[in-house]
Design a protein. Structure first.
Length: 290
């Protein structure tokens, strides 16, 4: 049923349908690959109705002057955490209900066929997991998990939602707009009385298990991904402009190893000048044709 659902194009930039020549070129690229390394970004999830940051005209940066929370801000400021969690609490029911689109399902199928050696996603939306991908690394973590900064205890984000509801039985807020990663827009006045629970084990600060802007990916995870790339014979980037260095470094490593690189993304990317193939199409429209 997921694969037959119409894509939600609200947050997808305008683009032309796939060119038959481009489809052939990508087909040749994939057919020649035996151990394909795939990296996905926010552009693979926009067709599931999740906005991104950088897409021309429809991304957060194009629509508003708002910026995502910074790691240091979350760690240091109780009011910043209150604002983050209040907005996340309001956005969670819709965000957690998003489903994989055709592109996620195709990559899952390529894994089953033995074509896809490893998938690295920069997304924190769990859509690859929902689609059934297993040979996968969530480079920036997953917003469906929460952990304590003090003791490290982990809980599911859905469980935390129940704690929020218990602490805020009469608190209500209507969002006026959605942002990436489960965020919504609320006023300071709306946020003021929102109560944030502490860790049930030690009373510490709870944080989503994601890499916020300004934070770094662990060296263990980076090394692990480099090992998977070293075992691969080609790289496909799907739905990412690769502006963030934590993902871009793997494209640089692939170039150093002289691996062929194909890029499927609407709009320019940091890889355009050295990619073997650049395609300006929707992931969910082009990948199922391969």
């Amino acid at each position: 049923s997921i694969s037959r659902a119409s894509p939600n194009l609200t947050f997808v930039p305008a683009c032309h349908p796939p060119d038959p020549m481009e489809v052939e070129e990508l087909q040749r690229f994939v057919s020649n690959s035996k151990r394909l390394f795939v990296m996905t970004g926010a552009g693979i999830s926009t067709e599931s109705g999740i906005p991104d940051y950088r897409s021309e005209g429809v991304g957060l940066y194009a629509r508003t002057d708002r910026r995502p929370i910074q790691h240091v801000e979350f760690i240091r400021s109780a009011s910043a955490r209150q604002r983050y969690w209040a907005r996340n609490f309001v956005g969670w029911p819709q965000f957690s209900s998003h489903q994989p689109n055709k592109a996620h399902l195709v990559l899952r199928d390529w894994e089953k066929l033995g074509k896809l050696h490893w998938l690295v996603t920069q997304n924190v939306d769990a859509l690859h997991t929902k689609a059934g991908s297993q040979r996968m690394t969530e480079l920036h973590g997953c917003i469906h998990r929460v952990f304590c900064l003090a003791c490290g205890d982990q809980i599911l984000r859905s469980e935390l939602q129940e704690h929020f509801e218990a602490l805020n039985p009469t608190w209500k807020a209507e969002a006026f707009g959605v942002a990436p990663d489960g965020d919504v827009f609320l006023t300071d006045e709306q946020v003021r009385n929102f109560q944030v629970p502490a860790c049930r084990k030690c009373g510490g600060i709870l944080k989503p298990d994601v890499t916020f802007f300004g934070d770094t990916v662990s060296q263990e995870k980076v090394s692990f991904v480099h090992q998977r790339l070293a075992e691969s014979d080609s790289m496909l980037v799907a739905g990412s402009s690769m502006q963030v260095y934590s993902g871009y470094r793997f494209a640089l490593a692939a170039r150093e190893k002289q691996l062929p690189i194909a890029v499927l993304n609407i709009g320019p990317t940091r890889l355009d000048h050295f990619a073997s193939l650049k395609l300006n199409s929707r992931c969910g429209e082009l990948l199922p044709l391969i």
